[in-house]
Design a protein around this ligand. Structure first.
Ligand code: ADP
Length: 446
């Protein structure tokens, strides 16, 4: 059965009649990652540390005990199943918790332990016997703010007096009231109003200011200016921290604007994906029916663990899912019209092995780790809006990072000359041969 068939797809979609998949926003992409995240992402890459003051060398810790945390916090960490600091935490935490506090800009890919690091910093510095805001955390959206709040609540499980307030649209406070919660997590617009316009709390009493997901933040108009206006209201002694999953010029410019006084900068580069262990093939097809036959032959011939099939449009994806499930395959379908939570649920089912085939459009190319996927089928080659081949997406769909030395198979369907040109372009771009397969004779694949 199809987990999300849309129904009206018995006829093959006419080519050109493309229900283009909508673009997934950075906020959504980030939220999906957060919801899905089940464990720490580890990497072999080395940490880079930039620091202006060579007289106070950074040190790193290998255990949480070495950080002299409050006992209830240490308990909270152990309850969460954290045994030792992650790579970025090893180096970041001693500085984050040092006195006098230092400012920091830290970049590492999603899942490497940034949130846990700054939540721990807020919780170590907060004084729960005082009933006013002492820590401020900016996030790009309500949903992302809630994700941070959940981590904070878990970690603060044994800090009984700790309270969190969410500064998000729709959360109203009466004029003249003062906020008593010690930690405020929210979006820049609402926080700016609360702090500067309504003065629901005193910015100058904030001890820790965190700006999370700076790269997602700057994608939204207005967030930069609002964040900077909030930051300008902070006391000089306030510890200011910025976290980002990516590290490009725009993010760094913003980071430097909003985090003053020569912050320590920590970078953990992400491991590059590569096609090294991937065998790539292509099959020539005349039309979508032909592609369907090729898919049937693939699944009929080779034994496949888990596989993903990428389509260009939602319509193709639904059509294919329906056809395959009629033929008895257990397939999941993932498209961009679904809410983030629905997408997360489908990905989880697939990860748990409930479906062996996941049919999808580009929306799911990010956020899923394809470690366990042995076969990727490009039902349609990835193309950019201008029709040129999209090499980055291609790599993302089928590439692996070095640490999973596992091998994989990629099968590309090619229909027509333009599609063939695109395939040749991709082949040349990566300098890796894509071998022709005969749709009727899959045996040569293994
Ligand atoms: P990021 O903010 O970089 O995306 P998170 O702090 O959310 O990363 O951590 C990613 C995942 O790893 C979460 O599931 C979190 O609970 C877990 N995690 C974080 N730090 C540790 C640690 N030291 N030990 C074990 N798991 C951890």
């Amino acid at each position: 059965a199809v987990t999300n068939g849309s129904g009206d797809t018995a006829q093959p979609p006419a080519s050109g009649d493309a229900t283009e998949e909508k673009q997934v926003s950075k906020e959504e992409e980030s939220l999906l990652r957060k919801i899905l995240r089940s464990k720490l992402v580890t990497t072999k890459a080395d940490l880079e540390v930039l620091r202006k003051d060579p007289n106070s060398p950074l040190f790193s810790v290998k255990s949480f005990e070495a950080l002299n945390l409050k006992s209830e916090l240490l308990k909270g960490l152990y309850d969460m199943g954290f045994n030792a600091p992650s790579k970025i935490q090893e180096t970041a935490l001693p500085s984050l918790l040092a006195d006098p506090p230092v400012n920091m800009i830290a970049q590492s890919q999603s899942g490497t332990g940034k949130t846990a690091a700054f939540v721990l910093t807020m919780l170590s510095r907060v004084d729960t016997s005082k009933h006013y805001p002492q820590c401020l955390c900016l996030a790009p959206t309500y949903e992302l703010a809630l994700q941070i709040g959940q981590v904070t609540e878990l970690m603060a499980k044994h800090m009984t007096d700790l309270k969190i307030k969410y500064a998000v649209k729709g959360n109203r406070i009466e004029r003249g009231q003062k906020i008593s919660e010690q930690i405020i997590i929210g979006t820049p617009g609402t926080l700016m109003d609360w702090a500067l316009r309504y003065k629901f709390f005193d910015l100058r009493k904030i001890k820790v200011f965190v700006l999370d997901e700076a790269d997602v933040m700057i994608a939204t108009q207005g967030h930069q200016d609002q964040s900077i206006r909030i930051q300008k209201g902070l006391a000089d002694a306030c510890q200011m921290l910025l976290f980002s999953a990516t590290y490009d010029a725009d993010v760094m410019k913003f980071a430097q604007d909003v985090i003053p006084h020569d912050p320590i900068t920590i970078k953990l580069r992400r491991e590059e994906e590569s096609l090294d262990n991937i065998r790539q093939y292509y099959i020539e097809c005349d039309n979508i029916e032909d592609k369907y036959n090729a898919i049937s032959n693939i699944y009929g011939t080779i034994s496949i663990g888990q596989s993903m099939v990428f389509c260009h449009t939602r319509k193709n994806a639904s059509w294919l899912a329906e056809r395959m499930s009629k033929d008895g395959h257990v397939v999941g379908i993932l498209t961009g019209d679904l809410a983030v939570e629905q997408r997360a649920a489908i990905i989880k089912r697939y990860r748990e092995g409930m479906e062996k085939v996941l049919i999808t459009t580009n929306v799911s190319a990010r956020g899923i780790d394809v470690e366990m996927v042995t076969v990727v089928v490009n039902f349609d080659l990835p193309i950019l809006p201008d029709g040129k081949p999209d090499c980055e997406t291609y790599l993302h769909r089928i590439g692996r990072t070095g640490r999973f030395g596992k091998s994989g198979i990629a099968i590309n369907f090619v229909d027509g000359q333009r599609s063939m040109n695109n395939l040749k372009y991709i082949e040349k771009h990566f300098g890796r041969k894509i071998i022709k397969l005969d749709a009727e004779d899959m045996d040569s694949i293994e």
